[in-house]
Design a protein around this ligand. Structure first.
Ligand code: ZN
Length: 93
């Protein structure tokens, strides 16, 4: 199997990971494009953006990465092992 890369942080994918709907399910994202991300990366996306923001303005990986908070997060997470997950990190819905 070819090595899979997380589209957000560009590190190799490893558990725990989550499927991210670029358009949230609650905003009509059923059957739309999904990407596999580290659980921590997906958690960060959902901590920074509301589902409305995701569906309207941040429905591509490039748009997500263009946001300051996410750019900072990527810089930080790049130094961590792919399996890294901080269970204490606040995950707001
Ligand atoms: Zn990642």
């Amino acid at each position: 199997m070819a090595e899979q890369i997380c589209p957000l942080c560009e590190r190799p994918l490893a558990e725990p990971m989550n499927r991210h709907h670029l358009i949230p399910l609650s905003k009509g994202g059923k059957g739309t494009e999904t990407v596999m991300m580290h659980k921590i990366c997906q958690g960060k996306v959902h901590a920074v953006f509301t589902e409305r923001e995701l569906s309207l303005h941040y429905n591509t990986v490039d748009a997500l990465k263009g946001h300051d908070e996410i750019a900072k997060f990527i810089k930080w997470i790049k130094k961590k092992p792919p399996e890294f997950y901080d269970g204490s990190m606040k995950m707001k819905k």
